[in-house]
Design a protein around this ligand. Sequence first.
Ligand code: 5AD
Ligand code: FES
Length: 354
Amino acid sequence: METELLIEQLFNTRDLSDGELIQLLDESNPIDDALFQTADRKRRAFYGDEVYLRGLIEFTNYCKNNCYYCGIRCGNRQAERYRLSKEEILSCCKEGYALGYRTFVLQGGEDPFYTDDLICEIVSQIHHEFPDCAITLSIGEKSKSSYQAYFDAGAVRYLLRHETADGLHYRKLHPDNLNPDHRKQCLYHLKEIGYQVGSGFMVGSPYQTKENLISDLRFLQQLKPDMIGIGPYLRHEQTPFASFKNGSLILTLRLISILRLMFPYALIPATTALGTIHPNGREMGLKAGANVVMPNLSPVSVRKKYSLYENKICTGEESAQCRGCLERRVKSAGYQIVTSVGHVKKEFDHILEF
Ligand code: 5AD
Ligand code: FES
């Protein structure tokens, strides 16, 4: 079928076949403008021109895992490790609050130093000091009872990318002790508890095929996450994947558009990885259907150390600079930053509003 017609059908929420989706991912098909514009139409119907802010606090770069693509894997002896104290995390929140942030994302490697009790203490103190803010955690795979404890302490959102939905591909990206089914199970546990859940994957990770990407989309259709984060795979010298090339900007943008059309209600960030692969990558991401930006709120002294991949942007800028920079970038792309808490709009809300 004519590719432009497929895009229109996706807009009208027809579930495309695997083959049809692969057609949309074929970079020899010159469909970018049509796809991005159609996704933008969908995004504006659901979210207008609003872009939501999430303040990202990267509070530890210790990690017990050894994922082959990641610069802070435990096997990287050259990584300079750091941990933020509860007080340092709270002071990031304070600074962020003054800058208009109403969501704080606490992200870190899987670091056993932060016991469940400590995480709960940090979460509940943020919750008490900033009761009008949403607390998002992104600290990896935990037991259901741990997730429940964080939720009871005041966390309402959780980000855990599934990374790749295909079991065999997962095995190529991770050591044997990491299990794709366990990771998926975690996502379902988080949903059962009542979190707003975010998942996602890397685009162009080593050994990834177009079919793997289709599996990612199908897995997301089953999971129905509230948030979907994707970004291009970016190389890091101190990993076993140092010789693999970066993922593709265009393919990432196309997938953002496809995600917007398949999951109109979703909160989709224009990620730091997109801004790293191209100077205007985040603006392009917004125009392709993304509606969230996640500026860095970590202390400047540690930013370079949270190095998942090379040349990461925003490592030298103060939080206020990043805030201002993003405001300008979002405006130049034709949208506006809003400082509300920015919860997901489910289809039901949408019907009530329009
Ligand atoms: N390139 C791009 N993204 C990466 N991530 C980890 N390492 C890399 C890399 N080398 C992503 C993973 C993880 C998120 C926090 O960052 O998808 O879930
Ligand atoms: Fe950090 Fe532009 S967003 S400097």
